[in-house]
Ligand binder design. Structure first.
Ligand SMILES: *Cc1c(COP(=O)(O)O)cnc(C)c1O
Length: 413
């Protein structure tokens, strides 16, 4: 369900024609739909309404302040992985008390900032991080609420780059070591055991690994409570997939059942860390055709968005639908949609069938709201795209397009 649709022959975001945005804001531009975002958040909140639960949006999926504010205003918490993301949450009006801090490589200054701001919990990913967190907290005469992120060792059946709970993964502590570390934490006066955490991967389309992992983690949680650890929060991570092409991810209701069932009777506030499922199909990347080029082997549509703007195809061989913003009548032909970046992997779509297109025509790269702008770089010294948030028949530029001067800010010749 999303609010990008054809109306009178032109692709719209809600009530705003994408062609108008291309004309008024330029290209490449990320365009987000408020109605889609709010709908996803509301449905997810409703699916967990019977359970004490905190939804912590995973900031790395899309971190524009306007998106964070929209979610914060509607009661969301946040899952962060850096001081930069924490800064964004605070800047957008999010409450630190609803923040969980994930990631395998937190620096001392990041631990300190999060402690001073009073976040809900640190999701600790190694034995050394646990002792470091204790030391930082004691130096500040504070106690750091923590959860251990355990690696339940299940195969999330997703792309190997976004599976995070294989036994060879860098994430979390091995399941078998968790009890020992929680026991040890009782001797560390800077620590307060608050929860238990897992996150098995991203773009999950099957609820079985979710059930399996949560079942294991729930058993561990019960065991830790029996040992007298004062745990109150069970964090089950994020990872629910979206439809890019033919995937059939479970709906939010079905996902909620898969999460809740293994938790029957558990005395815990549930923490969820959804990212992609909230923002994925709430955003598109708007681009223009620059040139058509035919070689003996291929036909190329060269567009003004590249892998620096949307990295997923180059990084994960991810597939995004590419749609003409004003489809013409006429015979379809197949094209490789490529960007201007000097890399052979700079391909947004292979062998896509389009009706006739000309230079200047606009295309929308669909389902680009998650891990789109947040992964954008300035490679090839290309200013990063603008971002626009549409709400009904109005829109706001929520991030100005970078200028050439932005590219070398801070550099000295
Ligand atoms: C990236 C990440 C998420 C969000 O994953 P999605 O697939 O976008 O839902 C949640 N938790 C952690 C720890 C993550 O690293």
């Amino acid at each position: 369900m999303n609010h990008f649709h054809l109306r009178r022959g032109a692709l719209h975001c809600e009530d705003v024609p994408l062609e108008r945005l291309a004309r008024e804001v330029g290209t490449p531009t990320y365009v987000y739909s408020t109605a889609t975002l709010v709908r996803h958040l509301t449905v997810l909140q409703q699916a967990f309404a019977q359970t004490p639960a905190l939804l912590c949006y995973s900031v790395k999926a899309s971190s524009n302040l306007a998106i964070l504010k929209l979610l914060a205003d509607r009661g969301a918490g946040f899952d962060i992985v850096s001081a930069g993301e924490l800064g964004r949450v605070v800047e957008a009006g999010g409450e630190p008390r609803r923040v969980v801090f994930s990631g395998v490589g937190k620096r001392d200054d990041e631990l300190e900032l999060a402690l001073r701001l009073g976040i809900l919990q640190f999701n600790v990913e190694s034995a050394e991080e646990l002792t470091r967190l204790d030391a930082v907290a004691r130096r500040l005469k504070m106690r750091a609420p923590f959860a251990l992120r355990v690696n339940p060792g299940v195969d999330a059946k997703t792309h190997r780059y976004i599976a995070t709970a294989l036994r060879t993964s860098k994430f979390g502590v091995p399941f078998e070591e968790a009890v020992g570390l929680y026991k040890k934490s009782r001797q560390l006066k800077g620590l307060l055991a608050r929860g238990l955490d897992c996150h098995i991967g991203s773009q999950l389309t099957d609820t079985r690994p979710v059930r399996e992992a949560i079942g294991k983690v729930a058993d561990l949680y019960r065991g830790l409570q029996r040992l007298g650890l004062p745990l109150t929060h069970l964090d089950v991570g994020g990872g629910l997939g979206v439809t890019y092409t033919t995937e059939r991810p479970p709906g939010l209701e079905e996902y909620a059942r898969a999460v809740r069932e293994p938790l029957r009777g558990l005395d815990a506030t549930l923490v969820l860390e959804p990212g992609r499922v909230l923002v994925g199909n709430a955003g598109v990347l708007l681009t223009r055709v620059l040139y058509r080029k035919k070689t003996p082997a291929r036909r190329f549509l060269i567009v003004d968005a590249g892998m620096n703007d949307l990295l997923r195809p180059a990084l994960y061989e991810a597939h995004h639908e590419v749609r003409p913003v004003r489809p013409r009548k006429g015979a379809r032909s197949k094209w490789d949609v490529v960007g201007p970046v000097c890399e052979s992997s700079d391909v947004l779509g292979h062998q896509r069938a389009f009706p006739p297109l000309s230079p200047g025509d606009c295309l929308a790269v669909m389902t680009a709201g998650a891990y789109g702008m947040s992964m954008a770089s300035t490679y090839n010294s290309r200013p990063r795209p603008a971002e626009v948030l549409v709400d009904g028949s109005r829109y706001r530029v929520v991030r100005a397009r970078e200028t050439l001067e932005d590219l070398w800010r801070g550099e000295t010749p």
